[in-house]
Design a protein around this ligand. Structure first.
Ligand SMILES: [Zn+2]
Length: 167
């Protein structure tokens, strides 16, 4: 499967938000006010709430995405490309994969990820996405960090169907 094809797997904002939330929970969310690591997810606000002092932490706060307004799917698209190509990944190519109109926010975004996420972190992020995707597809276990091709095809098919339906 081409790299462009694989990008479709990550172009799902809802799944991306869920996977990013899971990634943060795995890393441990620390309350800025009281230091507690005990958090609930407030679905309606899309924020974490401290179980001890009720202080709220936004999903982007304290992460590489802090200050960015770009979709969460861009994060996974970028990490996937970075894990395949390393830091040779160019801004042009990233822009092509996201389809985003403007250069500047992407430039800052991609640089931040290149600097802050090492290879191990990139694998962890993709593994988290894979787990969330598998759950969504009601597959009980994931054998490794790469997508079993059959799941990938199914997802792409459903994405294609959605696009046809939206016309
Ligand atoms: Zn707290």
């Amino acid at each position: 499967m081409s790299t462009q094809g694989v990008t479709y797997v990550y172009k799902n904002e809802e799944l991306s938000i869920e996977a990013f939330k899971e990634y943060r929970l795995n890393k441990g969310v620390v309350c800025k006010k009281c230091g507690s690591q005990h958090h609930y997810w407030l679905m309606s606000k899309q924020q974490f709430q401290c179980g001890d002092c009720r202080f709220r932490t936004t999903l982007r706060s304290g992460t590489v995405l802090q200050g960015s307004k770009l979709p969460y799917s861009y994060f996974f698209i970028a990490v996937n490309l970075l894990s395949r190509q390393g830091n040779r990944l160019t801004l042009d190519e990233f822009q092509k994969h996201t389809g985003h109109k403007y250069y500047e926010p992407l430039w800052e975004f991609l640089n931040k990820l290149k600097i802050n996420l090492d290879e191990q972190e990139r694998s962890l992020i993709l593994a988290t996405y894979s787990t969330i995707l598998s759950k969504r597809l009601r597959v009980s276990s994931v054998t490794d960090n790469t997508f079993p091709l059959i799941q990938e095809r199914q997802l792409i098919q459903s994405v294609e169907l959605e696009r046809v339906a939206a016309r």
